[in-house]
Each structure stands twice: as C-alpha cells, then as structure tokens.
Design a protein. Structure first.
Length: 132
C-alpha cells in the first residue's frame, strides 16, 4: 500500500513539493551562512518525494543551537514551505481518494516549520516508536 500511495503522491504533489524544498536549499546555499538550512531542506525534499513509510522523530541530542536555528528557519523558509504543505493538503482532501495524500501533506507541516533537531526514519524503525 505504501508503494502505491508513494507513486500517486509523487505524481500529484511530491515532485512539486520537492522542487519547492530544492529551491529553498538553493537560496540557502547561495546565502552561504545558511548552508545548514540548505542541507536540512534537501533532507526534507527527499522526504517530500516518498513520505509514506517514513516518519519524523525528535533527536535526543538536539540542543539550543537547533532551537535558535529553527527560529531563523521559520523566518526565512519555514512559513512558506509549511503554507505550501497546508494548501496542498487541503486541495488533496477535497476528494475522498485524495484524503490519504492530504494527510501525508499535513504530516510534513511540523518538519517544514522545525526541521533542525529532527530526523526522518523508516516507520518500521524502533526509534519511531520510542524504542532504542
């Protein structure tokens, strides 16, 4: 089921969302000082291509640097990337068939807003359930 959802997602939203994250990464790389944001944006772009079967967990070793970075991220990139995910999710939820895809889009909003200090793992990974 994950494969089917990922293929449908890729066709209708994944490619376009990944391009949005890649654009954010390009801007971050051009500004040089925001290169860590560009790396985070590329991680999210890959997640945006195939989101089903993946989940986001909080890293235990994230500290104050991640918190400060997340504030800067929201100001520079996060608000408009999250807005794109919300608009896409609403558009997908208009049809019954699109509801799982809309929920997948809403699943990406938290990492769009606060990517630093988070890790994208397989849904089958024990860390996704809080087990280590």
């Amino acid at each position: 089921m994950r494969v089917l959802l990922n293929i449908i997602w890729f066709v209708f939203a994944g490619l376009w969302m990944a391009l949005g994250y890649a654009l954010a990464a390009l801007i971050a790389f051009i500004l040089i000082i925001t290169i860590p944001f560009g790396i985070a944006s590329l991680r999210i772009a890959i997640f945006a291509l195939w989101p089903f079967g993946k989940t986001v967990i909080k890293r235990e070793d994230a500290g104050a640097g991640s918190a400060i970075g997340n504030v800067l991220w929201i100001i520079l990139f996060g608000w408009w990337l999250a807005l794109i995910n919300i608009i896409t999710g609403i558009a997908m939820c208009i049809t019954i068939i699109g509801i799982p895809l809309g929920l997948g889009s809403f699943k990406m909003v938290p990492i769009s807003l606060l990517p630093l200090g988070r890790e994208i793992v397989d849904a089958d990974d024990p860390r996704a359930f809080g087990l280590s």
